[in-house]
Write a protein that binds this ligand. Structure first.
Ligand SMILES: [Zn+2]
Length: 118
């Protein structure tokens, strides 16, 4: 698994085609996944419900982001139990939702591409 190709939204098999129609993972516009790679015709939809497992990845990403933001709030001098910490953490996760959605699906696809097809 190549982290550079993952961040660049590239196909896990040939590293040339795009997985999502939008090139950037950081765009706020809704975007759909391609059905297959435009270069190697690798199928991105393995089976019905394949991407349900990406919810666990998304949960892990959101948890890590909230922990990081919480630690930053504490480092900036807020009290550990301040309500503002919770508000900032939730706001950051909501802002990063489009990134988390795409990154979770890409991680799930990269995780199982070599396992299923080898
Ligand atoms: Zn490909």
């Amino acid at each position: 698994m190549s982290f550079i190709h993952l961040i660049q939204n590239k196909c896990p098999k040939c590293h040339k085609g795009q997985v999502f129609r939008a090139k950037s993972l950081f765009t706020f516009r809704p975007t759909a996944m391609q059905n297959e790679c435009s270069q190697c015709h690798h199928n991105f939809s393995k089976e019905p419900g394949f991407y349900w497992g990406a919810m666990y990845v998304s949960y892990g990403l959101a948890t890590a982001e909230m922990a990081l933001v919480y630690l930053c709030c504490i480092a900036l001098g807020t009290n550990a139990l301040d309500f503002i910490n919770l508000v900032v953490c939730i706001a950051v996760v909501l802002i990063l939702f489009p990134f988390n959605f795409r990154m979770a699906r890409l991680l799930w696809l990269y995780l199982f591409t070599n396992v299923i097809e080898s």
